[in-house]
Design a binder for this molecule. Structure first.
Ligand code: B12
Length: 277
């Protein structure tokens, strides 16, 4: 033992009977408070006891199984933020990274809610309640994506005029922050003039990204893209999301690049630009 009352992470793992990486994940996701001393982590023994204690919250926190999308959907539709956040914590202590929680759990759950709404199985109120909770979950997850250190440049992200789907923007912003970019997040229904204004304020702008989720709003994205190009011809404008069918469609909207259907493709496109591609 490192110090009286303190354990190293390998010691904590042995005590808990789990793999070292599992303990490390508990620390990284805030389940197990730890402090860094001289380059290595140490954990107070009493915190280990807290983690071991049986109440239901701790049990779900230690679950190694990924929570199902169905369970998350039921908590979202019920407007149950506490229950939904517990599932997110369980996901983080399973094999899911914060990125995959966004891309493989929250995203597809929202898709499924949309499908059920379209089929008449969920009401508009259900969908609104679910998206309010999802907004809060993505916001709470934001802290896990904060990165210190050298910045790689600024990216402006928005959903264009008339596009009310802001959650894809919030998800993509988290992913880019994790990769060391500064993100100016303008959210849903951003007027073209506001985009131009934001572009004019940035010194180290890498790109502007517009998410199109609703087919009806993609036409107004074209006007906003043209406005940005007129104001800042050298700034690449990227477009993607569910309502952009392919690269040809993106070009017809006036975009310099198509970023696909998932935010990790947007991240790759931005990294490619930074690398000079
Ligand atoms: C929540 C929701 C809403 C909420 C939005 C709340 C909010 N704050 O965002 C509210 C209630 C406001 C809403 C309104 C409407 N909605 Co709605 N909504 C949804 C729902 C259920 C989830 C949306 C979402 O967040 N999805 C999750 C994310 C992860 O989606 P994603 O597309 O995979 O996002 C990725 C991409 O954008 C990608 N990406 C790729 N390239 C790029 C580039 C950039 C720059 C960025 C940022 C991201 C990005 O990154 C994201 C993460 O991987 C969807 C269902 C669905 N299939 O998505 C319907 C859905 C999108 N809505 C739909 C509709 C029809 C509407 C309404 C027209 C309904 C109405 N009649 O009032 C309105 C208004 C639309 C408008 N004008 O914008 C349809 C769209 C159909 C279509 N083809 O146009 C859907 C698909 C539902 C359905 N199955 O019919 N909606």
């Amino acid at each position: 033992m490192t110090d009286q009352g303190y354990l190293t992470l390998p010691e904590a793992a042995e005590e808990l009977g789990v793999h070292y990486m599992t303990v490390y994940r508990y620390v990284r996701t805030g389940q197990l408070p730890a402090e860094r001393v001289g380059g290595s982590w140490r954990v107070e023994r009493s915190e280990l006891e807290n983690l071991r204690r049986p109440p239901s919250v701790a049990t779900s926190r230690r679950a190694k199984v990924r929570p199902s999308r169905d369970r998350l959907q039921s908590r979202l539709v019920a407007g149950d933020e506490v229950g939904a956040w517990r599932l997110i914590e369980a996901a983080l202590t399973s094999d899911m990274t914060p990125e995959s929680v966004l891309l493989d759990l929250i995203g597809p759950t929202l898709h499924s809610i949309g499908t059920e709404w379209e089929r008449g199985q969920l009401s508009v109120a259900d969908e609104h309640r679910a998206s309010a909770v999802a907004t809060r979950l993505i916001g709470r997850l934001g802290a896990r994506f904060a990165r210190r250190g050298v910045r790689r440049g600024t990216v402006i992200l928005a959903a264009g005029p008339g596009e009310r789907h802001g959650l894809p923007v919030a998800i993509a912003a988290n992913l880019l922050r994790w990769r060391g970019f500064t993100v100016v997040e303008l959210g849903a229904d951003t007027p073209g003039d506001a985009l131009v204004d934001a572009v004019g304020r940035e010194q180290s702008l890498v790109a502007v990204g517009l998410a199109c989720t609703s087919s009806a709003a993609s036409t107004s994205a074209r006007r906003a893209i043209a406005q940005v190009h007129r104001a800042a011809p050298r700034v690449p404008v990227l477009v993607g999301g569910a309502a952009v069918t392919d690269g040809d469609h993106a070009r017809r909207l006036g975009a310099d690049r198509y970023t696909g259907k998932r935010a990790d493709e947007l991240v790759s496109a931005i990294e490619d630009i930074v690398a000079g591609g």
